[in-house]
Ligand binder design. Structure first.
Ligand SMILES: Cc1cc2nc3c(=O)[nH]c(=O)nc-3n(C[C@H](O)[C@H](O)[C@H](O)COP(=O)(O)O)c2cc1C
Length: 198
């Protein structure tokens, strides 16, 4: 009986481990596919010919990138020439904590797009930062440090050009400032960002 029990226990354990492995790989593959879809919505697929997942770089700047940890930078290139970078910056001062962003910037320093990857902002009040909820985040497209003055990088309530939401200013303020800071970082570190293609 003991041998039989041990046999079934091993069999059961093996099945659980096998199922976990299969599920885990499927989850990873799904996450990767979703991330690639988001990256391609920021940098159109026909504008680069390298593997964004391979050509990554890690850089740290808590003040401008919003995290005390190194963030990942996906680098898009065409025939070896830099085209754009997507920086996984953080807006640390959301109403309910950190807002995780993907910010696509062309080599010339123009915003190609911004997407919210994760947040805990209040549903129905400030989750309009999420592209699936409203177009608000598309308002960044085409802007740069060259075509907007420093004073414009605020929500309208603070004298800037970006809409806030009814009853919610903290969330959009946090995102606008994170995007502005990331553009500053890009301007200061562009060559370093594209150094050493992997
Ligand atoms: C329960 C609750 C949840 C809130 N959630 C948010 C939020 O997610 N984002 C936000 O910007 N403001 C949120 N607010 C509103 C803020 O407290 C604040 O009043 C608003 O952002 C305006 O900020 P301001 O006075 O600095 O312009 C929430 C308020 C309450 C009572």
């Amino acid at each position: 009986m003991a041998i039989l029990l041990a046999f079934f226990a091993i069999l059961g354990g093996g099945l659980v481990a096998f199922t976990f492995q299969i599920t885990y790989e499927q989850i990873k593959a799904n996450e990767r596919a979703a991330l690639l879809q988001t990256l391609s919505s920021l940098v159109p697929r026909d504008q680069y010919d390298n593997d964004l997942f391979e050509d990554i770089h890690y850089m740290r700047n808590e003040t401008l990138l919003g995290s005390d940890k190194p963030i990942v930078i996906y680098r898009a290139r065409k025939q070896g020439q830099p085209v754009a970078a997507v920086l996984n910056s953080v807006a640390p001062n959301g109403y309910n904590g950190a807002i995780n962003l993907l910010i696509g910037i062309s080599y010339e320093g123009v915003l190609m797009g911004v997407r919210v990857v994760s947040h805990q902002e209040t549903p129905g009040l400030s989750d309009s930062i999420d592209e699936r909820r409203s177009d608000w985040i598309l308002g960044f497209n085409g802007h740069s440090l060259q075509n907007l003055e420093e004073k414009d990088w605020r929500v309208k309530r603070d004298g800037g050009v970006f809409d806030q939401f009814t009853g919610a200013t903290i969330t959009p303020r946090a995102v606008v400032s994170a995007v502005y800071n990331t553009l500053q970082f890009f301007q200061q570190h562009r060559d370093e960002i594209f150094l050493n293609a992997n």
